[in-house]
Design a protein around this ligand. Structure first.
Ligand SMILES: C[C@H](O)[C@H](O)[C@H]1CNC2=NC(N)=NC(=O)C2=N1
Length: 101
């Protein structure tokens, strides 16, 4: 799917509904904290499934009790697009259900 990079204003508007997320180096990023390692790994597993459904994939970093999510759109030259906002919203839903957002 051809997607256009969002303007800074469009990104700011999107981030207004995504507390905890921010724009860093042309990527939407957020870190989640967990009570332990397996809880963190569960988020990674569920987000990976959602990413396959969406056909859009973030870089996920699994630490001991933290998960880092970082995403932009490779096919838009590594810029932030609507696909990244859509993925971030989906990750937030999953994290909310798991009690960490
Ligand atoms: C063919 C497949 O849909 C593409 O390669 C998808 C896969 N996941 C992707 N993920 C991200 N973050 N950016 C992309 O451009 C992208 N492209």
């Amino acid at each position: 799917m051809a997607v256009e990079p969002l303007t800074d204003e469009e990104i700011e508007r999107g981030l207004a509904d995504l507390p905890g997320w921010s724009l860093r180096d042309d990527r939407l990023v957020r870190t989640y904290s967990f009570p332990g390692h397996l809880a963190a790994a569960r988020l990674v597993a569920e987000v990976a499934e959602a990413q396959e459904e969406l056909g859009h994939h973030s870089d996920l970093t699994l630490g001991y009790n933290k998960v880092g999510v970082s995403v932009n759109t490779h096919s838009a030259g590594g810029k932030v697009t609507e696909l990244d906002l859509r993925l971030a919203r989906r990750v937030e839903e999953i994290a909310r259900v798991q009690g960490v957002a």
